[in-house]
Each structure stands twice: as C-alpha cells, then as structure tokens.
Design a protein around this ligand. Sequence first.
Ligand code: GDP
Ligand code: IMO
Ligand code: MG
Length: 427
Amino acid sequence: MNYCVIGLQWGDEGKGKIVDILAEKCDIVVRYGGGANAGHTVVVGDSKFALHLLPSGSIRPNTTCVITNGVVIDPEVLINGIKRLAQENISLDKRLLISENAHVVLDYHKKEDQLREESLGKNKIGTTIRGIGPCYADKIGRSYAVRMADLTDLENLKAKLQTIIDYKNKVFGAVYNAEPLNADEIFEKCKSYADKLAPFITDTTEFLHKSIAEGKTILFEGAQGSLLDLDHGTFPFVTSSNSSSLGMPAGSGVPAKMVGKFIGVVKAYTTRVGAGPFPSEQDNDTGQYIRDRGNEYGTTTGRPRRCGWFDAVAASYSATIGAIDSIALLHLDTLSGLKELKICRAYKINGREITFFPASITRLSLAEPVYDTVPGWDEEITDVSGFEDLPANARDYINRIEKLTGKPIDIIGVGPKRDQTIFRRTL
Ligand code: GDP
Ligand code: IMO
Ligand code: MG
C-alpha cells in the first residue's frame, strides 16, 4: 500500500511529523513538489530537524529518499540539509535519489523574488523569497530553465547560463534598475553543486516504477497546503506549484491510482503565513494565545504565523479535491485552556450561507465566518495516549470536526514528539 500525506490548510499543518511517523513502515519517501519554501519539522528525542528539501523520511537510516521532477531544488539548501544530518551521523549515501528533471533554483531566482515583492509594496504576496515563483516561471517558460541534469553536463551549462544571465540582466536592469549578475560566478557555484550532488542525480521515475513492481511501499510527502495550490488555492496568494494532492502524479511520475491512502493533515485550528484572505483569522488575544502555545513562527522564515479558528469549509474543500481517506489532526494540545472554541461551519457572503469554498478571491474576501461555539477544556493533554483518555470536550470537538468534514480523524497530535500521537485506527 502506498500513501500520500497532504496539508489541507495553508501549510505548516505538521506534515513533517506525520511523514516521519509513517515512514517507519515504508521503504521509500518522496518529495514531489515545492522547494525550499517548505519547512518540515521532525522531532526525535532531543534533536529537532527542519527539513526544507529532503523528505521527512531522511531521519530514518533505512528509508530511501527521493526528490522527484516536480520539486524546484536550491542546491545550496539541499547540500546544507545533507550536512545537517551528517552532524547527527545520519548519512544519505546510496539512499538519496534526485530527479534529473527537477529544476534548479539559482541566485537570480531569489533575487527576482525579492525585487518583485519589494516593488509590489503593500500588494505583495508575502513569499518566502526562496525563488520559488521565478523558478517555476522559468520552467513553464522553458527557454531559460536549468534542470538537475544540466549539473551533470557542465560544458553545455556554461553557455546556457551565459544566455540566461544576459537575458536576466537586461530584464532586471530595465524593470528594477538592479545590479547585473555575473554568469561566471554562478557557473562556479554550479560546479561546486555538481561536485556534491552529481552522485545522487538519476531517473527517479524509472526507480519509482521499478520499486512499485517489486512491491516496495512508497510514501509521497506533500509540501505547503492545498489552499496554497496554484490552481485550486486562494490565487494569487498561493505558491507556484500544485500543492494539493492533485500535484502528486505530475510531480512524481506516479499515477494517483497507485496510492492506496491519501492522508490529510490539519491543525486543530488554522494558521497562515504571508498575505491573503483568512476568514476565521483571530487577530486578537485568542490568536496570540494560540501563537504562543503552538509556537506558531515559520520554520523557514521565522515569521509569526497568523492564527485563527478551525475552518471546516476550507478543510472540507481541500479534503474533497484531495480525495482524502483519513485525517491527522495535530496540535490539539495547543487549545487547552481556552474556555470556548469556535469552528467555522459556513461562510456568509452577501447575506447567503455557503459551505463550499468559493473560487473567487473577491467572494472569499467578503466571507463572514458562521461559527459553532463549543466548550473548551482546561487540562493539559500532552501525555494522553488514548482517545478515550482525552477530556470529554476534546473528544466532542474532534467528533464535531469529523462530522463537518465527513472524513475520519484517525490520528491526533498532542505534542511535537513521535510518541505524542494518538492513533484511533491503524492506517
Ligand atoms: P509542516 O510544514 O506541515 O511539516 O509543519 P511545520 O514543521 O512547519 O510546523 C508544525 C510545527 O508543529 C512543528 O514545530 C512541529 O514540531 C509541531 N507539531 C507537530 N505536531 C504537533 C502537535 O500535535 N502538538 C504540538 N504542540 N506541536 C506539534
Ligand atoms: P510547508 O511545506 C506555509 C506561503 C508563503 C506565501 C505563499 C507563496 O512548510 O507547509 P512562495 O515562497 O511559495 O512563493 O510563497 O506561500 N508558503 C508557505 N506557507 N508553509 C509552507 O510550506 C509554505 N510554502 C509557501 O508564506 O504566503
Ligand atoms: Mg512548514
């Protein structure tokens, strides 16, 4: 049985933790989309890992880790990730595979991301400035793109980079009055990336299909969240990839029908980093309470995350487009101590109640949340290991979300550690 783990909100739901746990029973973990905009946290004992490009199965020494074609790879971040694991005596030799077809994020992508955000001023998207949008734009545009395979063909890469950087310098100079980039410097950096990464670069599509034929178990790890999906999220306040489960087949070369279970991860509330509509946002003391208790600061950028109530309209939409079989609900512990909890069960737009997430950002911006209010619980629950041992109000809260989303909540998180996880059913 193969699995796919997907965020159902605006990212940072706790995918890293769930992937690390499920990786125990899988042979291969695949990152298939996004880039170093992701920050997936895995806590093992006293060690904490923030993974940006490496799959969250990397921590387990027997897991094969694959980065497929849909990922945009910043080689510097990847090399640092490999080094960080080496510090803990975790080696990726012979168990990391990187797709030849994955695109490469280079300095000019990060520069363009920054220049564009600055020039947008208050209309900015609030990107992570990791060069994600510009790199995917070059991929779609085709003419000025660099793929991992190019790092294994340095002779041709040199000429290619010269053409690209001549073009970028003209555009950056004309549009942003920016300093020119130096093609030789970027080529030298690519040479050093090639030194370190060439042994891992291969045909990952072939590898994955062979592995499936051999009966290996594969876990596909989504990055970002479904509401940040370029086509199906809150455009334009989204990322530049298909970060819902709909991006998994194209991003990996493996058809979705080969996945037996799609697992959607949510927090027991909602967070968002960056700009864009967020109907159940609590920009008040409640939001601050959640931010403090949940340590809601970005894993990649350190930005404070915007916090709000659980939004069942948004989560149900993501679960529907993602064909979700099972939900993992994390951070239940963060809500302890709140007298009352609210769950957004519908939106009111121009006086009409709707329960299907609107496609138009204009309509979403008008959405007033319609809440169910339920009693909270005072007890700390970080040591609870069985569903029946949770306070009655916490169980009711979960059951209510289960009803609203129409999906079983099979995993519940009560803390960041592996063992702070309640399994209601085995997956
Ligand atoms: P990801 O991007 O979806 O992998 O999520 P992040 O790693 O960016 O953010 C999730 C944060 O919540 C991390 O710091 C995790 O260690 C932490 N975390 C995960 N599950 C739980 C939980 O059930 N309770 C608490 N308190 N923290 C959790
Ligand atoms: P993980 O995998 C939360 C958000 C950014 C911004 C928008 C576009 O850790 O859940 P980008 O740099 O992708 O062009 O930024 O998307 N964003 C994330 N928010 N978690 C993430 O990843 C994110 N990756 C991108 O904050 O709003
Ligand atoms: Mg994250």
